[in-house]
Design a protein around this ligand. Structure first.
Ligand code: SF4
Ligand code: ZN
Length: 302
């Protein structure tokens, strides 16, 4: 196959067009710049934290924002949460440290062990009432909020792509989770209790596109999979959506584009229905008296 733009050897085709290496990078970056502009994700002078797990998506996002930080007039800092998952996170943390040194990225690392007294591996053994991904997600969100405050960030950028978002949309529909269904979109900002807004510049980019982007830029990480993901609903949906994408090209992107069309109207409708207050223990935003992170912390208290 040949590039539709210059006739060189193509490495990727999507929706009737093929791209060589150079034109793929141009196509990818244009898609991301357009998302940033259309949804007003970044403003000049902002300090943007990038949630970087060490996976290909987040490394690509950090690479992209660092590459264009002067064009946008922003400061970029990587935030890495080390949950303590042996044989998975440790490998990605090491890779992230190595690659950050090479590119001169500023990275701050926050460990579960330092904040909750246990690694995720230890917590999983002691907390039987909740699934590993629940504990992981709750504590990771708490720590991200903590980091955003400590580092005085204006925004927190996450590398959610169109596949991730399509999975979340479907999961929330299956679970009838209206509250979370209206929380999505490329810009999630809750003005109450000064929660740092989340932005998703890769919102319309496909997972296979970030894979190619990371390979072309020499930042593709070692392939490792979290031992706790198997059998999770998200994993099953992910596989099903992949199957559908191979039959109906653009399936994932279409879900996300249609979702974005309705989300603003829904946000208006549900505005103010969730009242946030401050957690009595840590002071972080929660809809209960005590936040879920502090609740879970009780299970592992010495
Ligand atoms: Fe955490 Fe679950 Fe993701 Fe593993 S798969 S990193 S346990 S949320
Ligand atoms: Zn709390």
């Amino acid at each position: 196959m040949r590039c539709s733009f210059c006739g060189k050897k193509a490495i990727y085709c999507y929706k009737g067009k093929c791209y060589c290496k150079e034109h793929f990078i141009e196509y990818f970056e244009k898609k991301v710049h357009e998302t940033i502009e259309k949804f007003n994700l970044i403003k000049k002078g902002e300090r943007i934290g990038v949630a970087v797990s060490g996976g290909k998506d987040s490394l690509s996002l950090l690479y992209f924002l660092d590459k264009y930080k002067d064009r946008y007039g922003i400061e970029v800092i990587g935030i890495h949460i080390d949950e303590g998952i042996k044989g998975y996170r440790d490998i990605l943390t090491d890779y992230l440290k190595k690659i950050s040194k090479k590119f001169g990225w500023e990275i701050k690392i926050y460990k579960f062990k330092d904040f909750f007294g246990v690694t995720l591996d230890e917590a999983v053994k002691r907390i039987k009432e909740y699934k590993p991904c629940t504990i992981c997600g709750v504590w990771r969100r708490w720590l991200m909020n903590y980091a955003a405050k400590e580092l005085n960030l204006d925004k927190l950028a996450t590398a959610h792509n169109a596949n991730d978002e399509a999975q979340t949309v479907i999961m929330n529909i299956i679970e009838g989770n209206t509250k979370d269904f209206v929380k999505g979109g490329p810009y999630v900002g809750i003005k109450e209790l000064d929660i740092v807004p989340r932005i998703k510049p890769f919102y319309f980019v496909l997972e296979k596109e970030t894979t190619i982007y990371s390979i072309l830029n020499g930042i593709y990480p070692p392939f490792v999979e979290c031992p706790y993901i198997r059998g999770q609903t998200r994993d099953l949906i992910r596989k099903k959506l992949y199957e559908l994408e191979s039959k109906y090209e653009g399936f994932n992107e279409n879900i996300v584009r249609n979702y974005v069309e309705v989300i603003e109207k829904l946000k208006e409708k549900y505005k103010g229905t969730v009242k946030l207050k401050k957690c009595k223990i840590c002071g972080f935003p929660t809809s209960h008296d005590i936040c879920r992170a502090c609740e879970l912390r009780r299970f592992v208290a010495p």
